[in-house]
Structures are given as C-alpha cells and as structure tokens.
Design a protein around this ligand. Sequence first.
Ligand code: SF4
Length: 90
Amino acid sequence: MRCGNCCRSIGHILPDFDTGNGTCKHLQNNLCAVYDTRPGICNLETVAELVCDSRFVEHTLRACLALCRRFGDEEGVKKLEKTLKKAQIF
Ligand code: SF4
C-alpha cells in the first residue's frame, strides 16, 4: 500500500524533514523522492527485521489504521480492518 499517510505525519519522528504541517519534504506525488536512501525508520521491512514479533506487526497495523482514518482514506481503512480481522487482532 502506498498511501503516504505516514509521510504526512512525521513531525515528531523526523522533525528535520517536516515542511511545517507534518508532511515530509521528500514526499512527492505520494511517493518518497529519496526512497533508496530514506532513513531507517521509514523502512518498515528493516525495522520489522530488527524487532520482529507479533506486537510490532499489530502496533504497525493499528498505527496505519489510525492514520488512514485521520486522512479519510476509506480504502486503506477497509484493507487494514480486513487484515487485522484476518490476523485475529481486531
Ligand atoms: S523520507 Fe521518504 S519514506 Fe521517509 S517520511 Fe520522507 S517521504 Fe516518507
């Protein structure tokens, strides 16, 4: 899913990248302009490998769901609710 919602909520996580409204300065056309060199915190696969357990997955999915709700991304909400139900988390 390339929703970009995380990249529009970085104020507390990557303050140096914040354009002032929580959106990353590298988010262009809903894609990361520095994808190959993005900070480690932006690479969920790397983070998941470091802290791979079911709680990390659950927290990540719940954070994504909250962001989709915040930005009115109904498609994202449906997909995440379905994933959480499938994983018997929701
Ligand atoms: S660096 Fe890229 S992946 Fe990280 S918040 Fe900015 S746009 Fe998103």
